[in-house]
Design a protein around this ligand. Sequence first.
Ligand code: ATP
Length: 765
Amino acid sequence: MSMIHDSEFQKEEEHLAYTKGYMEILLQEAEQNQEKLKEELQQSLAELKDLDSSLSYTSLLSNTKFLEMATKELDALKRVKSKPYFARIDFKKNDQNQEDVYYFGKTSLYERDSQEPIIVDWRSPVASLYYDGRLGNVSYSSYEEEVEGYLSLKRQFRIDNGKLVDYVDVDLTANDDLLLEALSGKADNRLTEIVTTIQAEQNRVIRADLNRPIIVQGAAGSGKTTIALHRISYFIYHYKDKFQPEQMMIIAPNNMFIGYIAEVLPELGVDKIRQTTYIDYVKQCIGKKIKVVEPEQKLISLVNHDYEDEKMVRWSSHFKGTLTYKKIIDRYLRTIREELSPTDDFFLEKFKLTTGKRLERLFKSDYRYLPFYKRLEKIQNVLKTEIRQKKKQILYKLEKRYDEQLEQALFHISNSEKRKERVVYLMDTQEKRIEAIQKEAKSAVKSYMSRWTKETLLGYYKKLFFDVDRFSSFAADILSEAEIQFFVHYNQQLLIKNQVEVEDLGALFYMQHILFGIDKDLRAKNVVIDEAQDYSNFQLYALKVGLDTEMFTIVGDLAQGIHSYRGLENWHTLQTEIFPKANYVTLQKSYRTTIEIMNVANDILGRMPAELPKVEPVIRHGQLPTYYSFTDADDLVKKVKLALDRAEAAEYQSIALITKSESESKAMMQLLKRKLDYPVQLLKENEEIQKGKLVIVPSYLSKGLEFDAVLIATLNEAFTLDEIDIKLLYVSMTRPMHQLSFFAKHKNDLLLHYVADEHIEIAMV
Ligand SMILES: Nc1ncnc2c1ncn2[C@@H]1O[C@H](COP(=O)(O)OP(=O)(O)OP(=O)(O)O)[C@@H](O)[C@H]1O
């Protein structure tokens, strides 16, 4: 830590004052500009009303654009005014004699005349030195070029409300102090940006090659969601000319989660990106209403062992997400292609305009890059062109032929009666045929195309399962007879009600892409997938081909794969078959929880069937997790109150009570409402978390969220050694930042007998 108020401090104060002063001037100017632009815009609007001239329309457009830009700049400056920058480095390039000083902030600022940077954006190449570099000889890459040099200072500032509080000169060890300070902050029901304390391993993910996909297996709390959002921000900074934020998309597990991350997006300048769930996105792309069975329903039924044929239900869920299922779908699509492919010659009256062979070749080969129904549209255009181009020629030919025949008749038939008859006949038929051609020219294309009646996507999917023999022929070498029977029957039952499950969405999205295509406006070019372990290989494959992009950031954690019956069991297929060019990174460090909480979670992680590496918490200590045993409902409420008091005493803002299932959450809600005077919120999938309330949430919905303090309680439903149960418990245990308490009648109900004695404290109350 530096000596406060020494001359160095004074220099930094002066520098801050200078920066703020400069910003102030710019802000004033920008505001004036904005006013002027607004006036001009109004003027153009008025002109547009008066006379619909293209000139005023152009001026309207450019004024709107300028106003947008000015507003954006103004907003960016306003946002960082109270903290223009957070760090500084001193760096001497090897080929220079002089040291350069860089101040890093959330936006860049240049001295207008000299174009010297006053603040450098954290996403610029040189900022990597701050995140990665130790002091001494270092290098960074800037647009394919490696810049080498000597880093002599890395300084971090605490600036509060525009005032310099102090600064820290950091090397690698001192860096942890700052991180700890950031982490010991309170969770405020939302995610925050971490530009000041991004760690080197995270920085590598954020800045990894933007043109290649990246897959991140990261432990609970390793910052996956956070760094995925920072990577988007980084992407936008580097490709602002090529891509609009609207072309980016983040796929989150549910709408509540979208609300949870939404607040950090403006801070990172990425609020305009499309934020959606897989279900909503597929629905939007299909454009027709499809009913998707409530996604959590199957999980709940599996947890409760409700299915008669659980093994087969699990198998079917898993199978629908595999690339082997895609094989079946591909075979089906091939038959659809055969059915749709034109084979008949195209005639105008008796004239063959083009052969079926040619049309078939166009459909199957030349237009191969297009969805089937788009190919038919093209064929239709080809036919229209044929008519347009050949009708005149045909009429000409016809006339010529009749003229010749008339001539023949006139000069070669000597009997006048017969000649007359022949001439009349020829003239009549000529007229009739011309009329017929004119008429048919108008309808020939339509009538040729009418052999294809458009089927809907769901219609096609239904047909797959309702023709059992055909399905068997597609699946015979892939599935056993028993599997085919189960699978067909299971899907028939759903489809009869016009329903599909989340598991079907991979196949449906894929079929939509092959049959009808994905609307261009909906095709994101850069996609972030959070909680990726919950998606299947087929779902991710379908997205890749449907969107026609490789720019994917895929982050997830297999240990939290509570939907692994339908999601990923490992990253292997994704890495080798779907995204072979992907960078793969693992993050084992957890930034969220204390060592004490992670110890307990790691003990539970050890019970999972798959061998998973332990999570390493950053060095941050806290209280031991506490176990409260209770006898009855009254006793439980009393003890929950104790834990709430403890959290309140520590001034924690966000507290959650997590139960295994939704019905347990409801039961807890009623109990607490009846017996405890405390504001509570039962969290539902489409709701936002309300501040200042105890959030009661089922374990599977708590995934991805974080709270200052977490209470895990079982009332009627204990956690067992089933894989899903262990994962649900692990997810729940890794939600708190600071405090964790357990409530059960018996330790075993929360699998706490698998937790080392020294890792847990038993409340003596
Ligand atoms: N470098 C960092 N500096 C400060 N805070 C950080 C850093 N990295 C992560 N965090 C904090 O750690 C917490 C966990 O981050 P995040 O939710 O992104 O992790 P996650 O890997 O998505 O977790 P999970 O898989 O459990 O949902 C957040 O509070 C985040 O702000």
